[in-house]
Design a protein around this ligand. Structure first.
Ligand SMILES: [Zn+2]
Length: 64
């Protein structure tokens, strides 16, 4: 017996979601976008590290 409708657990909340759903593999708009924002936030943090102290490069002692 083969079932026409296959369901998968939403990776975000675990609710059953049908394959072919609008937000597959997520169950809803909410789960899809909360995951996306989490991912973007991580990416943003990685690409912009906190580098507050902008030290000048090596100081060259002036010699005559
Ligand atoms: Zn969900």
């Amino acid at each position: 017996m083969t079932e026409a409708r296959k369901q998968f657990p939403c990776p975000k909340c675990g609710n059953a979601v049908e394959k072919g759903s609008k937000f597959f593999p997520f169950c809803s708009h909410h789960c899809k976008y909360s995951d996306l924002y989490g991912w973007l936030e991580d990416t943003y943090r990685i690409s912009t590290p906190l580098n507050d102290d902008s030290r000048p490069e090596e100081k060259k002692p002036e010699e005559k």
